[in-house]
Design a protein around this ligand. Structure first.
Ligand SMILES: Cc1cc2nc3c(=O)[nH]c(=O)nc-3n(C[C@H](O)[C@H](O)[C@H](O)COP(=O)(O)OP(=O)(O)OC[C@H]3O[C@@H](n4cnc5c(N)ncnc54)[C@H](O)[C@@H]3O)c2cc1C
Length: 319
């Protein structure tokens, strides 16, 4: 029997931490927090300097805290300590190193899939992924001269080009067969088999590969990228090199707007998700908290308040 959580929270920054802690304080059980970093609050850990002053009323945005989390002016360290303390005190079930790839409604429930291929089922979902997430980049250097020829999504790709798509997850496969209708595409994955790709994508990939519409280059890594005649020259670990018009990487770390679209959530022209007064997105049962609710701005205190008000709303609906 699969376990069904009452609430699955995606993103362990202030919005996600507050949602989890306030839910437990309200008496909601079976709450899980899914975070792609090694610990909660990746944005604060990664982008704040050590000993940085943390203002409650950030950049003059005065916010009255409504919930139970006693957040005050302090430092990076005191803020992280506060979140450590409340997560431990309320025994929140956390899964770190867990990047959520998609959220799909299946009847009354949500199926949440991670990039490792794990599945989590929940009655309600709160998304608080912030705005600092960026697509993952390869470890080798991408020459500056190739910046218009190397991409992390397909929006700048054209027609009748020779394109290399790099990656082994659903996004890489989806990019590959999408581009293959109008281009000559090779899909490169460093492993020999695809273990994280869902069934419909796998079926389409096989159809394209067997029909000669898509070339597969598996079990080979890329060691470096060079610029040659203005185009990317890709050097593979088996000693071969090949020139392409473009290289598209899909190696994890989706940009927030792409993630929201993948969850079937409608966004406005600025990429801000459309939400009701209760912060419910265009898919009923998915709520949004934190920085992604703002075109620009946002603060820790605002994210904490979102978490508090969302779980009160969910509590009313949980029978
Ligand atoms: C340099 C800097 C200084 C700042 N100083 C202040 C300040 O002094 N006071 C203040 O109030 N605010 C400050 N802010 C703003 C504040 O950090 C944000 O408003 C706040 O962190 C927003 O919280 P959030 O939960 O919306 O998003 P975030 O804190 O960005 O958290 C999002 C979390 O989601 C995770 N995540 C992303 N994608 C996925 C996925 N697909 N699956 C699983 N997990 C995922 C990320 O790893 C991250 O941990 C500052 C921001 C910066 C960049």
């Amino acid at each position: 029997m699969k376990k069904v959580y009452n609430i699955a929270i995606i993103g362990g920054g202030p919005g996600g931490v507050a949602s989890a802690v306030e839910a437990v304080i309200l008496g909601i059980d079976d709450v899980i927090l899914l975070e792609k970093g090694e610990n909660h609050s990746t944005t604060i850990r990664k982008f704040y300097k050590d000993n940085k002053r943390v203002d409650k009323d950030y950049k003059g945005q005065r916010v009255e805290l409504n919930g139970n989390i006693y957040f005050v002016d302090g430092t990076k360290e005191s803020t992280l300590d506060l979140f450590d303390e409340i997560l431990n005190l309320h025994r929140i079930e956390e899964r770190f190193n867990t990047e959520v790839e998609s959220v799909v409604k299946k009847g009354e429930l949500f199926l949440i899939t991670t990039t490792q291929g794990d599945e989590v089922w929940a009655k309600f979902v709160i998304i608080s992924i912030g705005k600092m997430g960026q697509p993952n980049k390869p470890s080798y250097e991408i020459p500056l001269a190739l910046k218009d020829r190397v991409h992390f999504n397909v929006s700048d790709c054209k027609e009748n080009e020779k394109i290399l798509v790099v990656g082994g997850g659903n996004s890489a496969v989806e990019y590959a067969y999408f581009l293959a209708d109008l281009n000559k595409v090779t899909l490169n994955y460093r492993k020999t088999t695809f273990t994280r790709v869902n069934e419909p994508n796998m079926a389409l990939l096989n159809e394209y590969a067997q029909g000669g519409k898509l070339e597969l280059r598996l079990g080979v890594d890329i060691v470096s990228l060079e610029e040659a005649e203005g185009k990317p020259k890709v050097n593979f670990s088996d000693g071969k090199s090949e020139m392409y018009d473009r290289v598209v990487y899909a190696i994890g770390g989706m940009a927030p707007m792409d993630f929201l679209r993948k969850c079937s959530l409608e966004v406005d022209e600025h990429g801000v998700p459309l939400t009701s007064e209760t912060h419910e997105g265009s898919v009923s049962g998915i709520y949004i908290a934190g920085d992604i609710l703002f075109k620009s701005g946002g603060s820790i205190a605002a994210a904490l308040n979102h978490g508090f008000s969302i779980v009160q709303e969910i509590k009313k609906q949980l029978v």
